[in-house]
Design a protein. Structure first.
Length: 183
């Protein structure tokens, strides 16, 4: 029995129903389920297409990873114009921590990415929120890094000790202390 030979190049009729948004959606779903970035072959199996068809939409795995991470980061809290900076910053922080906790492996991938990539989404939203404080640029950068380090540490603790639940009260106390430092 001969195995059907798969062709390279343009996707076939079935694969034409695939689009970049669907590929990214399935990749995110697999990452959430498996706790790691899916392989191209695993992603192709989940989509029931030839792995080469994915390269029709994304030049390489790095481009797919960037699109997947941008999609995830775009789901972060977006601050409205007329909200207290502390409330907005708390909601942004909670949405980021929630994202890191629901997508195991995301923290490691984000930290390894260039700073101009998906990480910029959090930074831009942070800068928008604290703009009314008119902080000097150096302090603003330091406060961003301090917050990210605290959130990354919290996510890492929750990852390595899954039996320990997220403690909202402790988070609120730490966040309140952080807000006193930022002023």
């Amino acid at each position: 029995m001969m195995k059907e030979q798969k062709k390279r190049g343009r996707p076939n009729q079935k694969e034409r129903q695939i689009n970049p948004e669907l590929i990214v959606y399935i990749a995110k779903s697999l990452m959430r389920e498996q706790g790691k970035v899916p392989s191209i072959r695993g992603l192709a199996r989940a989509l029931d297409i030839d792995a080469m068809a994915i390269y029709h939409y994304f030049d390489n795995k790095q481009r797919l990873l960037e699109a997947m991470l941008m999609s995830l980061m775009d789901s972060l809290y977006f601050p409205p114009k007329q909200q207290n900076w502390q409330d907005s910053l708390r909601l942004l922080s909670e949405s980021y921590l929630n994202l890191l906790c629901h997508y195991a492996g995301l923290l490691e991938v984000l930290v390894a990415m260039p700073a101009q990539g998906p990480q910029m989404v959090f930074s831009e939203r942070f800068n928008k929120i604290i703009a009314p404080l008119h902080l000097p640029a150096e302090k603003q950068k330091s406060m961003l890094l301090l917050l990210l380090n605290a959130l990354h540490g919290q996510a890492l603790c929750l990852k390595v000790t899954p039996e320990v639940d997220f403690n909202q009260q402790e988070f609120n106390e730490t966040f309140t202390l952080y807000c006193t430092l930022i002023k």
